[in-house]
Structures are given as C-alpha cells and as structure tokens.
Design a protein around this ligand. Sequence first.
Ligand SMILES: Cc1ncc(COP(=O)(O)O)c(C=O)c1O
Length: 417
Amino acid sequence: MKPYFKQKPYPLEFSGAAMIGAEEKELVNRVLDSRSLNRYYGPANQGMVADFEREAATWLGVKHTLAVHSGSGALRVALRALDIGPGDEILVPASTFIATALAVLNTGATTVFVEIDESGNINPNDIEHGITTRTKALIVVPILGVPCDMDSILAIVRRRKLLLLEDCAQSFGCRYHGRPVGSFGDIGCFSLQHCKVITSGEGGLVATSNPSLYERMIRLHDQGFLREAHLPNLGRVASTESPLGENYRMSELTGAVALAQLRKLDRIVAKLKENRRRIYSALQPGPYRFRPSPDPDGDVGCNLLFIHEGTGAQMDEWVHLLCAEGIPAGCRYDGKTVYQYSQIRAIRNPDGTMRFPDGLCPRTEHILQVSAHVPVAPQLTAEDCLAVADAINRTTDKVYSPSKSRCQLTVGHNEAR
Ligand SMILES: Cc1ncc(COP(=O)(O)O)c(C=O)c1O
C-alpha cells in the first residue's frame, strides 16, 4: 500500500511560504499600483518597509528595528555597527548555518567555535573556555525555533563584559520566558529567506534598543546616509559620522510581503505548536531522546528533533525510510559542524595547517552525528499529525526492533493504530 504521504503529499514545511495568501497579494499590489518600489522614493510611497519595521519593533519589544535585504546583510550591518574587525575574536556556536561564521570572518575578525549541547544551541558551560583578552563578542543562535539559555548567557556576557549579538535567523516568533528572542542582546538579527518561519523570499531585520547602534546601522545599510525618513523614529542625531556604508536596503515589494507575513506570525506559531504537540503526543517511546529546550513554551514548534541512541547507520536508515514515506526528515546540516564546511576548512594558518581542523568541538560533532529532524508544517491536519507519528513509530520499530513492525495508517483512517 502506498504510504499516507505518497497519497497525500506532505504540505510545504516552510511555514511562512505555506501561508502566503490574499494579504500578501493585496499589499504587493498596492506597492505596484503606487509605482514607488524603493522605500525612500516614489510618487505615492506606501511605507511598507517603515510599517514592517514599526510593527516588528512592537512585536519584539525593542525600540528600533531596521529592515535589510537578507539575514546575512543583517549580520554584516550588525557586526560593523559593533565595530568588529581584525584582531577581534568572536565566540560562535560550532553548529549553525555557515552564514553566521562567514559574517564574522568577512569582517577580518576570527571565530572561536563553542560546543553546543543537546538543545542544539550553544552550551553556556563552554562559553568561558573560549574567552581570551581579544574576545569582543558572543553570537548566540537559537536554532530551528528553540531559544538559547538566556539567563546563563546574559550572566556570562555581563560578567565578562562582552557584546552580545543574537542571530535569530531561524527563530522569528521564538520566546524565552515570554520575551522574544532577538531582544536580549545589543543587536538581534533575523532572516526572511524562503525557509524561515516568516518569509519575503529574501529579507532581513536588525533589532536594537540602543539608539547609537540604530543610527550607525541606518548609515551602514545605506551608503553612510541618514535620511530624513528615519529622524522621527531616531529622536535625535547623535553623530555626524558617515561610515563607509553599503547598500543593504529592503525594497517596498519585499517590505509588503514581510509586513503581511509578520501580521500572521502569531497564527503561524500557534499552528506549528499545536501540530508539534499532536505529533509528540502520538509518539511511542523509542531509542531516542527529544531535543531539550530551556523554555519549551517559547519554542516556535517548526521541527521535531530526535537525538538517536543507536548507531549513525541506524539513524541514516531511519531518515531514509521516513523520506521514502514522503516525510521530509533530515540530518542537521548533513551532520557537519560549521567548521566542517569546505569554505571554512580552506582557511589556513601561516604554516599551511588547517585553521579549524576536525575535532575542534568533539561533543558538537557527536551530537550532530546522532540528530535527525522532522519538519512540522502549519497545514498538517489532526489526521496528518497522527500519520506523521504513525510513520515515525513504524520506522523506529523497523530500524531498531524489526521483529515488531506495525502496519501502516491509510488516508482517511482516524486513529493512529
Ligand atoms: C542561523 C542563520 N544565520 C544567518 C542566515 C542567513 O540568512 P540569509 O539567508 O537571509 O542571508 C541563516 C539562513 O539562511 C541562518 O539560518
């Protein structure tokens, strides 16, 4: 019999993209009709980017946000605003998307990789081991919608007088004890790329409550200019500097989609959490642990992360069988730490040896080898969620105790088994 998600394809797991509808079209059409596609120009500017910034600041509970054209652009603008460059060392979790590390390396600063723990996020107990007299900042990355342990992190940052940057690219909508992630650090960075919780295809945002950093980021994202449009929000201009900025501006078309998506964020997160809860509650115990979270209530719910207790080969088979059922399971970053990407492996010391060799963060390397995830989509119905759990339960039996394989759920069947 054809598996459930071969008869009825697994819905698009990128939640923002999946929820695109009339609201995005209406705002985009308003921009097109206005013939004012740049945030600063045009005969009938609709102020989509400015509205997105204002509503994002309210949602995040920060004083200022600035929209940019990507999450990488957000990191670039933030790191430059924090004056990070050659000679500085920046602490970065050993598992994150490569953009986090590249943003640091592209400033001329160096990355010091820190172990993660089973939450998937930086291990607060390992942060201080990486601190030297050159350490200037810590970057934390709440991965796949799970917050970092911000109480421990803030204590270290205060004690060691470090700058704190939150790379929340994957976790718009995530909270830690009620407070949105991205609002704890000196600067929070977000991405609105296609795979993110909310999306405008490409896009990014920086968030801060520090007016000087905000002013600097405005200039850095717009060739060193500070345009009048920002003055009401900025309050007063503190500096006359014109840094060598670049162009990271967001267009009005992107702003229109971003604004419509932001207005759906709470609904998207509620749906993801509901679906994840449904799947969790129908799962049988297996030879795996679930990713722990420092605040489960704050999780976005966009993924189920399993830490397998068997061999790497068993986990690969588990992932392969779920994919064969039409469920897009996967291994975190193909089991690689960020320093195991070819771009970073290519970096050499003056004597020609690898700057970031394998074994740098052995616990992270191990956790990634045994971590597999199943994405949660907002459009999964209650019945679909049972079918996901059923497929996971059967696959776990097949891989770990082949003698007790169960029969599979068919479309239209209302009970898990
Ligand atoms: C943790 C992290 N940081 C930064 C980025 C870069 O964002 P963007 O693709 O919008 O440049 C991404 C995602 O793509 C990410 O997952």
